[in-house]
Design a protein around this ligand. Structure first.
Ligand SMILES: [Zn+2]
Ligand SMILES: [Zn+2]
Length: 228
């Protein structure tokens, strides 16, 4: 098993990259697959970016983040990209993905002082070896020439993986209180909170609560993809 995995890693190093979408040789994401990605635009809630007009959740119990924007809808080739970044260690993907994040920041004029990635738990990070949200945050920081604080948030406990069957309230309960903002320097800062994908926004809301508790002036959330 170990040899198999090693061989695979070596093969991926030696041979040219293959498109995560269609498998064609040459690039991690070919031009055709890149242009097929569904952009998360159109009529959406200005706060949580849910599609449609009128957002009951935000009217009744708005999340602690000031806004959420996502570059793409989690459909088509987008899940392949997100999974590749997460499980195949394809950190080279962080660069093109951060390029999309940077244009989303530009399109919506998102102002921030510092980028903070959604953390993994210590155990999950050790198993995987890296945090995909941090890879995106660092690549975005380089592009925007903005400070990245990967340790500003801490995941205090492992939360159960967000099952697709879980409803919004269950997801919110699962992650509420799971995060803690360590860094006293976060006080007064405008934070750009970065993650790879969001489903209900519950994780982002829990992170925003921790950041605001630590005195963050604003928290604008940004993800590569969202499940509509
Ligand atoms: Zn392709
Ligand atoms: Zn909303």
């Amino acid at each position: 098993m170990v040899v198999g995995r090693l061989t695979k890693a070596v093969v991926e190093l030696v041979f040219p990259a293959r498109c995560v979408g269609c498998g064609s040789n040459g690039e991690f994401l070919c031009g055709e697959c890149a242009s097929s990605m569904p952009v998360a635009d159109g009529a959406r809630c200005s706060r949580c970016w849910r599609p449609g007009t009128g957002c009951l959740p935000c009217e009744t119990a708005p999340p602690q983040f000031d806004s959420l924007r996502s570059a793409f809808v989690y459909r088509g080739v987008v899940p392949d990209l997100v999974r590749a970044l997460k499980y195949r260690g394809a950190t080279a993907l962080a660069e093109p993905m951060a390029k999309s994040l940077a244009s989303t920041v530009g399109s919506y004029g998102i102002d921030a002082d510092v980028i903070v990635p959604v953390p993994l738990s210590g155990m999950r990070r050790r198993t995987r070896g890296y945090n995909q949200a941090e890879e995106l945050a660092r690549a975005l920081g380089r592009r925007l020439d903005m400070a990245v604080w990967p340790s500003a948030l801490e995941r205090r406990r492992d939360t159960p993986p967000q099952a697709r069957s879980a409803d919004a309230e269950e997801r919110r309960r699962n992650v509420a209180g799971a995060f803690h903002a360590n860094d006293p320097d976060i006080a007064g800062r405008r934070v750009l909170l970065v993650d790879d994908v969001t489903t209900t926004g519950a994780t982002l809301a829990a992170c925003a609560t921790a950041l605001k508790t630590a005195g963050a002036r604003s928290v604008r959330a940004l993800t590569f993809a969202r499940e509509d």
